[in-house]
Design a protein around this ligand. Sequence first.
Ligand code: DCP
Ligand code: MG
Length: 359
Amino acid sequence: MPDQRSEKASDVRKIIHVDMDAFFAAVEQRDHPELRGKPVIVGGDPGDRGVVATCSYEARRFGIHSAMTAARARSLCPQAIFLRPRMEAYRDASRQVMGILRCYTPLVEPLSLDEAFLDVSAATADGVLAVQIAREIRARIERETGLTASAGVSYNKLLAKLASDWRKPNGLLVVPPEHGLAFLAPLPVGKLHGVGPATVKKLSSMGIYTVLDLRNASREALIAQFGKTGLWFYEIARGIDRRPVQPSRQRKSVGTERTFPENLEDPKVMLATLQQIAGQVATRLQALGLAGRTVSIKARFPDFETVTRAHTDAQTIWHTDALCLFARPIGQGHPCRVACARIRPVAGRDREWSGQSQC
Ligand code: DCP
Ligand code: MG
């Protein structure tokens, strides 16, 4: 059943999720017309263990995607054009996009440089449809930035985000409350917010593959298997997500987490994995224009026991080498199932941190 409150039309929230298409690559194609229509990969050096930050949709046809090694991307598509990121250009485009979104409601919650949730419930109170706002936003973004965005419109964050992903690139999908359950039913559980690879594996061992399977599992069984998270799974399988759109969410840390299908035992593999994770954190820090002094890592064992270690340095840390340097001695000697590197930003490296907006 959808959220009980959805029975009263006036209580239904109108949430829009906007996500730019192939963001870094699209900025490159906009600024360099000769790259349009071509497989463009933005990221690290294929000759030097770099990873793909993103790629154009032309490159995606070759099976290339974010977080893949650049070397693998080059083997899949030797004619691809590799570019180093130009973060300042992406931040400029992001500021422009977020500015457009804030014309429609102050309730804009940026999730990264290229995506945000908007709560337009108040803006639609006088009869304007949320889908009209979403259409106008997409048109304005294209006209004013020369870039395309996809949007999803629904009654909560969970569904709005799934909807924006559905018609990518350059698409729009509305999932009204009466279609929420049917829309969710066939989706693989891995599409749901908070369901990572380890959870997908655990759910499949319980015979749960789709959201409909998840909906048919009992609340008790899910709580017994996953604790408090089981209750979240129970609710999202029913399209229930009460998370508010939080415009001024203060970012407490920037981090990334990976769950492995098998335990990591080999120190060399652990170190290589840590380097990859540190690289992703460094990219995000740079994307957000932030730096930090405290780096922490977390390791979780197969029995869910979790250890964390943190190091605070006198210098600000913001690039991969420094992250790895500090994270390495902290992480040694822990065979682990989940690894997470996280850095707490400090004010000072960039103007953005002091403002309300992280973009
Ligand atoms: N990004 C990154 N490293 C990743 C994932 C993303 O540096 N592992 C950066 C590059 C992306 C931007 O963040 O352009 C936005 O991420 P998205 O996941 O929204 O991906 P895109 O916008 O590139 O593609 P799309 O949203 O069309 O799937
Ligand atoms: Mg995007």
